[in-house]
Structure formats: structure tokens, C-alpha cells
Design a protein around this ligand. Structure first.
Ligand SMILES: Nc1ncnc2c1ncn2[C@@H]1O[C@H](COP(=O)(O)OP(=O)(O)OP(=O)(O)O)[C@@H](O)[C@H]1O
Length: 879
């Protein structure tokens, strides 16, 4: 049996044995001490109430004693002073007191002898009348414990009270020192001597300063008071002053963020109303934040690379009458923004009224809490606690990432676009360029009245005039009032995987399954969450970057996940693409029990694996149901908090990512047998953490069938050969216009994003796998549930049971009769079935008497001559 995580570790999720309960291994010393001095159990309601009551009574007693002291201190003076015995007088008789020199043994304090002694101690010896603060503290605490009502927050109360005690005592002492030379009960001896000490060191002015400073500091801490100077009149918002002729650089901050030097030549047009501004761009090379040194763990890299979003604006001179006055006035209208008030600060009175909220733990939760207290939360990583994620130096640094589009190229393209459009009488208001790694996006704002479809139809003409392949027109740009024309750069930039992995965006992402796909057209790093997608279809003609794309996805997951959190099921009928990942079998791969290879290349095994994944899916759903949660995340959270008992079959569930390369190949050989489990997984596996990535070279409709397509909302298209293929994969054209080499379009249902795929070369993948494979792994790959396939049933039984017929029995019979050819491969091909199933159907047809027996290489004889006879035959069979 596979050793499941943490069975032999401290992490073990099991109830402590009797022996352990009796004599826990760790912290013996501490435990004993705990038994000697049992901790006050605040969940014991009675004890809490008793303490609360006691504190309240103490507060009343102190209040009476202290108040009385203010009036009776003189009478009781001789009783309480140390010279006459002080606290030791408490248990002396009147005679003894008198003999000790106490003038008045009959105590006047309303709280008796003890009250007099306490008051003397607190008020005279310690803090003076500030000692009343103790009455307040006891009241707040007692009230809280007895009535479970929070008058004031406890910690705040204690800290402010402490401050008031010292401050009050010193404050009174300071002012009293100007009229008296001896300690007085107003400030207490503590305040008196503290003031004297401070005055001797820093003088009266210094003490005054300290008092003022501490008072103001406390006000700032408590109420965050503002020290405001009278405000100067601010400049009016610049938005009201924008001159009509002024060029508004809306996206100026972009330049400031980037290491770009920009010089502008502005040429006034003769008309004076419009201007041409051509930005010339010089850039410093795009710098990676990672130091070039080797062996840097990824975790240490935190700074995100600046995204060198490069935007250039061209304004086209157009001889048009100035906009009418009304419009201008509308433009001049100041924009009023209403900012909602920040949330009012929590007021302490409100806090005081807040009712006590206690949560009663259920038995199950209490047990979980006990286990967590004893063993800590379950740590799935503990089994491979020494595992380290691959280091960044395993990935190549392909030189500096420099966008090689110069101003001349931009200018030339701009001119050609404008010229072409002008040839077709299309006027443009403005044109803006955003330079990406492979393409530059020219956004144009057409003059009012220009029909969008007119520009869209000129796609080929613009491509011709620019003499460039891969031009894509987006009309209109979603969310912007512009039309986009994507023009490939003369020297496209490669996006190394390393430059993506090192970004802060990737390092700090909180996504469950982050995949670093590459960069967007505006040169921003693009990271998607596979867990949210939740499945992805990848298509692209051969040599356009599909395999690199799959490697990129796998490598980004390897950089981000621990082997306990993620398992891959890799299907590679081509047998060459995914073999690199064999090295990480004992860390990240899953396989069927008894299989030798974790990477599946055989069609029959693929069917078994897919069915096994369906079983895993069903099992996971049962576990989720039992745990009363809705998805994998909640389930694992519950398991980690030891709320699920492994003895009931619960286990930590890693994400499973199924990657199928060359899906077309599988569909051709196994048809429905592959399609059905894949469709089932795609439909249901989202919540239980099984995600599918399916890649194909040929995105034709018989490969990417309706059922499959409907369940794969995320589609990634590399360059395909025809518009039809593009439509099949993306439901729209565009993929046929890509330029290859990792240029791709990602459709996530609603959006279509053009991306340049990050590049990771085979040796890099190899090194990453080597790095992982070289570390201690699990004893074997992750075991999927056993699936008993239908191998060996090809012979079939000759006894025909009409009720046990295959659902496609009748279709197969019609097919065979129509073709008058009793061949298994015919059924296989036309009904898109696997060999096993087709074989089973032919056996059933033989048993039913539709075809004759097996005749070696020859097709079986068909025993029913035509359709009519067959329909009658089937009708009788049904009866
Ligand atoms: N993201 C990329 N950046 C730069 N170059 C790339 C990128 N992706 C692919 N290429 C280039 O294209 C070549 C082919 O890529 P890849 O092997 O991924 O194609 P493919 O679509 O998988 O082909 P096949 O289906 O035949 O396996 C690579 O060797 C590489 O030179």
C-alpha cells in the first residue's frame, strides 16, 4: 500500500493512545508544573462570575475607603504610619496600639482598619488621589467578568489607567511643589519624589515639558488629534485649466515608470489648431531584477521587474473646422468626484455596548481543537519537509530583453496605416502605439462618422501595404473607443521563462495553480490561474510553440507548488514531448497501480487512466459530501485543521492536472472511449481539483467535438493554418493571423488576449526536473484508483442476452447491413469506438445472428440482406 502522507510523523492525525494521554512525550516538566498550578480555566463560568463579583466588591470597598480617607486621614494618621507599626497594627488590640503610641485606636475610616491602611498605602504612599483609578480598573474588570458586558476594552483600559496613575501623580506633585515642601496625599509620596528627582535633573521647565509631551502624545494615540496650521488656498484643479489646444497625455505616468528617455519634436501645423507630435523612443535595456549570480533560491527574488510598457502617441494633422462651442463647453465642465466618507472610527461607547459573543464548540470541533493543540495543524509538506523548489539559476537568461522597435519602424508603420486608410477615404483623429514583445498595437480613433466595418474589411489591404504577415484588426477594442491594428515587430522579442518567474507578480501570487503564460501586448506579465479556468484546450499547427507552451505551464507549476499539493497525469502519445518529466515521477506524477511508466503513451492505458480519474473524481465527491464542504480548498482546510478523521477515509487531496498532448491522435484511435471520460471530467472535476489541459495540432470539429468544447471555456490558440481551425478553437478568427513562435491568443470565454508565450527550452526543463528528481521523493508516484478495463473480453461469450446489448448495437447492425461488410474496424471508424468495444459489439451481432463467425483476415459474412429485413429482425429481437 502506498504510504500516505504523515503516517509516521508527529503530524499523524490520530487520537492519542492511552499511554500517550497518560504520559505525553514532550514537555514533561512543563506538564507537571501545569498540574501543580492548574491554569485558571476561563471557560468555567462559575469561577469567572465569582472573580467578577469579587472585583466589583473590591472596587466598592476601595471607593468607600479612599473617599473616607479624604475626610478622616488626620484622625487615623497615628494608626497607619510606619513609626507606630503601620500594617502590623491590623491585628493589635487597643491596649497594644496605645502602648505603641497610637493616639486614636478607634479608626474613623468608613472602611475600617483595613480601609484606613489600604488608603494610606495607595493614596499617601503611592499615587495620591490618582489611586481612584484602581476603583475604575476593578469596576471595568469586575463588570466584564460578572455581566459579560464590555464597558471598555481591557487592554486599552489597563494601559491608559497606568498612564493616568503616573501622570496624575506627577502632574499634581509638580504644581503642588510650588506651594508645599512635603509629600501630600494629593500626589502621594511616589509623585512627590518622582517630581523632586526630575526637577533636580532637568529643572521645572523640563518637567513641564515632559508633562505636556506625554499628555499630547496620549491624545494623539487615543484620538489621533490633528495639529493643523491654517490651510493655504490650493491651486484650482488643473483639469479646469486645460487649454483646448493642449495635448492631453493621458498615459504619461507610463513613461515615468519606464526607463525610457523621450525627446519630442513638436511641429506646429499651419492651421495652428492641431499639432503633430512624434515621440522618439530611446530605451535603456529592460533589466531583470535578479542578480546574475547563480543558485539564488526563488523565494529570495521579490522585486517585480518594471513592465516596460511602451506607448507612443502620434497625432495626425487633420484640416477640420474647430469643434463647435457647445461641445467645448461640455468638455470644459469640471468633473465632480464624490468620495464616500471613510468609515467612521469605532467609537468606544459603541464598543462598550457590544454584547459578549461566545461560541460553543461542537463535540467534533472541540476534538479537532484538542488534536491541533496537541500535534499542531496537519502539514501536508511534512513528509517531504526538506524539499526545495527549483532555483532560478536552472533557467536560462537569454541576454537582455530589449524591445527592438525603433522610432523609424514605428513612424513608417504609422505612415503606411494612415496612407492606406486615407486611400479609402477613412479619416483618423489620432493614432497611438503600444509596443509589445512581438507585435505593436496601433490604436486609432477614426474621425466621426467612419464606419468600423469599413476599417475591418481593409485588413488584407493594410497587411499588403505594410508588407507584413500576422496583422490583426480588432474593431472596436473592447472597453476602449478605439480600433486596434496589431502589426508584428520586425525583430520580435523572445520572453524568457526566467524573466517571468522572477517577477514579484509571480512570486507573490496567491493563485492556487498559477501558470505564467507570458507577456501581453503591452508587455505586462500575464499569469493565469488554472484552478479558475478550470480546464484548457490548446491548439496550434506544428512548430508554432505548442510544446513549449505546455512546458511553460508545467514548469511554472513546478516552481510554485510542493509535491504534496499537486500531481500531474501526463499523456503523451507522441512519446517524446513529456518524457522529460519522468524524473519527477516520485514527486509530482500520478499513475495507475501496477503500471511501470508514469507517462502514458499507450491508448489503451489512456482509457484506463481516464476512467481511473473518473473514479478518483467520484471518490473525492463522496469525501467532500461527507465533510460537508463544497470544494477542494474548503476540504483541505478542514483536513489541515484536523476536523476530518483519516480513519474515515479522509486524506489530504492534492490538485491533479491532466495533460494530454496530441489529443487528435487519441480521438482517432479511441474515439468515444476517450471522449466520454474526458467530457465527464471536464464537466464535473472543477470543484474537486482535477484540471485538464488538452493539446492538439489539428483542431478539427471531429477532434474538438461539441461536448469537449462546451466544457473547456479556456482555449489557447497558437498559430493555426486556416480560419476554420481558428473558429473551431476560439469561435472566432485570428489564430490564423498569428506569427508563430509562441505568439498566441487566449480566450477565456469573454475575453480574447494576445500573448507572447514565455520560452523555456528543453534543456531548462530537463534541469528543473533533474533538480526536483535529485531530491528525496515519495516511495512511488501518487497512486490513482484501480480501474478494471475490459481487456480480454474481445473473445466475448456466444450467448446473446438481448437485455445486455451495447447501446450502439442497433446502430452497428444498421451500419453493417448497409455496407454488407461485417468488420470490426468499420464499426470502430464510423462510430468512433475503441477496439475493445467494437469487438464486443461484433460478438453480440454474431450471437444475435446478424453476422457470421470470425473468418480470419476476411470480413465476416453479413446474414441479413437489407435494411427492411434488419428492422423486422430488430423489432422481433426487442420483443
Ligand atoms: N515562446 C516562444 N518564444 C520563442 N520561440 C519559440 C516559442 N515557442 C516556440 N518557439 C520556437 O518554435 C519552435 C517550435 O516550437 P514547439 O516545438 O513548441 O512547436 P510545436 O507546436 O510543439 O510543434 P510540434 O507540434 O511539431 O511539436 C521552438 O523550437 C522554438 O524555436
Amino acid at each position: 500500500m502506498l504510504i500516505r502522507g504523515n503516517q509516521i510523523k508527529t503530524n499523524t492525525f490520530r487520537e492519542p493512545t492511552k499511554a500517550e494521554k497518560a504520559a505525553p512525550v514532550k514537555n514533561e516538566g512543563k506538564k507537571e508544573r501545569r498540574e501543580l498550578f492548574p491554569k485558571l480555566n476561563f471557560s468555567n463560568d462559575k469561577a469567572v462570575k465569582i472573580i467578577g463579583l469579587f472585583l466589583l466588591l473590591l472596587a466598592i470597598y476601595f471607593f468607600v475607603a479612599f473617599t473616607s480617607y479624604l475626610f478622616t486621614w488626620e484622625e487615623d494618621q497615628s494608626y497607619v504610619i510606619d513609626a507606630n507599626g503601620g500594617w502590623s497594627n491590623l491585628f493589635k488590640t487597643s491596649e497594644e496600639l496605645k502602648s505603641n503610641g497610637v493616639l486614636n485606636p478607634d479608626i474613623q475610616n468608613w472602611a475600617g482598619k483595613l480601609g484606613a491602611l489600604f488608603s494610606h498605602q495607595f493614596i499617601y504612599k503611592w499615587f495620591g488621589i490618582s489611586s481612584f483609578v484602581f476603583v475604575f480598573i476593578f469596576t471595568v474588570l469586575g463588570y466584564r467578568l460578572l455581566f459579560k458586558v464590555k464597558l471598555f476594552p481591557v487592554v486599552k483600559t489597563l494601559s491608559y489607567s497606568f498612564f493616568l496613575l503616573i501622570f496624575g501623580s506627577l502632574f499634581i506633585a509638580y504644581f503642588h511643589s510650588f506651594i508645599g515642601e512635603y509629600p501630600h496625599f494629593l500626589e502621594g509620596e511616589f509623585g512627590f519624589y518622582l517630581n523632586r528627582l526630575l526637577v533636580a535633573q532637568i529643572g521645572s521647565a523640563g518637567v513641564a515639558g515632559i508633562l505636556a509631551f506625554s499628555a499630547l502624545t496620549t491624545l494623539v494615540i487615543a484620538y489621533n488629534i490633528d495639529f493643523k496650521l491654517p490651510e493655504r488656498k490650493r491651486k484650482q484643479d488643473s483639469i479646469n485649466h486645460i487649454d483646448d489646444d493642449e495635448d492631453i497625455e493621458v498615459e504619461e505616468p507610463v513613461y515615468q515608470r519606464n526607463p525610457i528617455r523621450r525627446t519630442e519634436s513638436v511641429v506646429e501645423d499651419e492651421l495652428g489648431s492641431e499639432e503633430i507630435s512624434i515621440a522618439q523612443i530611446e530605451r535603456t535595456p529592460f533589466q531583470e531584477v535578479v542578480p546574475q549570480s547563480q543558485n539564488i533560491p526563488v523565494e529570495e527574488i521579490i522585486k517585480e521587474q518594471e513592465n516596460p510598457i511602451v506607448e507612443t502617441e502620434f497625432e495626425i494633422p487633420i484640416n477640420r473646422p474647430p469643434a463647435n462651442k457647445q461641445n467645448r463647453q461640455r468638455e470644459d465642465l469640471p468633473l465632480e468626484t464624490i468620495v464616500p466618507d471613510p468609515e467612521p472610527e469605532q467609537n468606544s461607547a459603541q464598543e462598550a455596548a457590544e454584547p459578549e459573543f461566545t461560541v460553543q464548540l461542537s463535540e467534533e470541533e472541540a476534538k479537532a481543537k484538542e488534536l491541533v493543540d496537541q500535534f499542531g495543524t496537519y502539514d501536508p509538506k511534512l513528509d517531504l519537509s526538506s524539499y526545495t523548489s527549483p532555483t532560478i539559476d536552472l533557467l536560462q537568461n537569454y541576454g537582455v530583453n530589449k524591445i527592438a522597435v525603433d522610432a523609424d519602424e514605428l513612424e513608417a508603420n504609422k505612415n503606411k496605416i494612415v496612407e492606406t486608410l486615407n486611400n479609402y477615404n477613412i479619416e483618423i483623429d489620432k493614432i497611438k502605439a503600444t509596443i509589445g514583445p512581438t507585435v505593436t498595437l496601433y490604436e486609432i480613433i477614426p474621425a466621426p462618422g467612419v464606419r468600423i466595418s469599413k476599417i475591418k474589411n481593409l485588413e488584407d489591404d493594410i497587411a499588403l501595404s505594410l508588407a507584413a504577415l500576422g496583422i490583426r484588426i480588432i474593431a472596436p477594442m473592447p472597453g476602449k473607443g478605439t480600433i486596434g491594428i496589431e502589426v508584428p515587430n520586425r525583430h520580435p522579442e523572445m520572453v524568457p521563462m526566467r524573466s517571468i518567474i522572477t517577477t514579484e507578480k509571480f512570486q507573490k501570487t496567491e493563485m492556487d495553480l498559477p501558470i505564467a503564460l507570458g507577456k501581453t501586448i503591452s508587455n505586462e506579465v500575464f499569469i493565469a490561474d488554472l484552478a479558475k479556468m478550470p480546464h484548457m484546450l490548446v491548439a496550434g499547427a506544428t512548430g508554432q510553440g505548442k510544446s513549449v507552451g505546455i512546458n511553460t505551464i508545467l514548469v511554472s507549476l513546478l516552481y510554485k507548488k510542493h509535491p504534496s499539493q499537486l500531481k500531474f497525469v501526463l499523456v503523451d502519445p507522441k512519446k517524446v514531448e513529456l518524457t522529460l518529466f519522468k524524473k519527477i515521477e516520485r514527486h509530482f506524477l500520478a499513475k495507475l497501480p501496477g503500471e511501470e511508466d508514469a507517462i502514458i503513451t499507450d491508448t489503451k492505458k489512456v482509457i484506463n487512466t481516464l476512467n481511473s480519474l473518473c473514479i478518483e473524481m467520484d471518490q473525492r465527491y463522496d469525501l467532500l459530501k461527507d465533510a460537508g464542504v463544497r470544494n477542494l480548498k474548503e476540504y483541505n482546510e478542514k483536513f489541515v485543521n484536523r476536523k476530518l478523521n483519516p480513519n474515515n477515509g479522509h486524506r489530504y487531496l492534492p490538485f491533479i492536472v491532466l495533460v494530454v498532448d496530441e489529443f487528435a491522435d487519441l480521438m482517432m484511435t479511441a474515439g468515444k472511449e476517450v471522449e466520454t471520460p474526458i467530457a465527464r471530467l471536464a464537466q464535473l472535476a472543477r470543484a474537486i481539483g482535477i484540471h485538464l489541459i488538452i493539446a492538439t495540432q489539428r483542431p478539427s470539429v471531429n477532434i474538438i467535438t461539441g461536448t469537449i468544447k462546451a466544457n473547456f471555456p479556456a482555449r489557447l490558440a497558437f498559430r493555426v493554418t486556416s480560419k476554420i481551425d481558428s473558429r473551431t478553437i476560439l469561435d472566432t478568427g485570428g489564430a490564423d493571423q498569428l506569427i508563430g513562435k509562441g505568439d498566441m491568443l487566449l480566450s477565456t470565454g469573454s475575453d480574447l488576449i494576445r500573448l507572447q508565450c514565455a520560452f523555456v527550452d528543453t534543456p531548462e526543463v530537463d534541469q528543473v526536473c533533474e533538480f526536483i528528481g535529485g531530491q528525496r521523493g515519495y516511495p512511488s508516484a501518487f497512486m490513482l484508483p484501480e480501474y478494471v478495463g475490459d481487456e480480454g473480453e474481445g473473445g466475448g461469450s456466444k450467448d446473446f442476452d438481448p437485455d445486455d446489448r451495447d447501446s450502439l448495437f442497433e446502430d452497428a447492425a444498421r451500419l453493417i447491413v448497409m455496407h454488407q461488410q461485417g468488420s470490426t474496424s468499420l464499426i470502430q471508424r464510423k462510430l468512433k469506438l475503441g477496439y475493445n468495444r467494437a469487438g464486443r459489439i461484433i460478438d453480440q451481432l454474431e450471437a444475435a445472428g446478424v453476422v457470421g463467425p470470425f473468418e480470419g483476415s476476411k470480413a465476416r459474412e453479413v446474414l441479413i440482406p437489407d435494411d427492411y429485413a434488419l428492422e423486422q429482425f430488430l423489432e422481433n429481437l426487442g420483443k
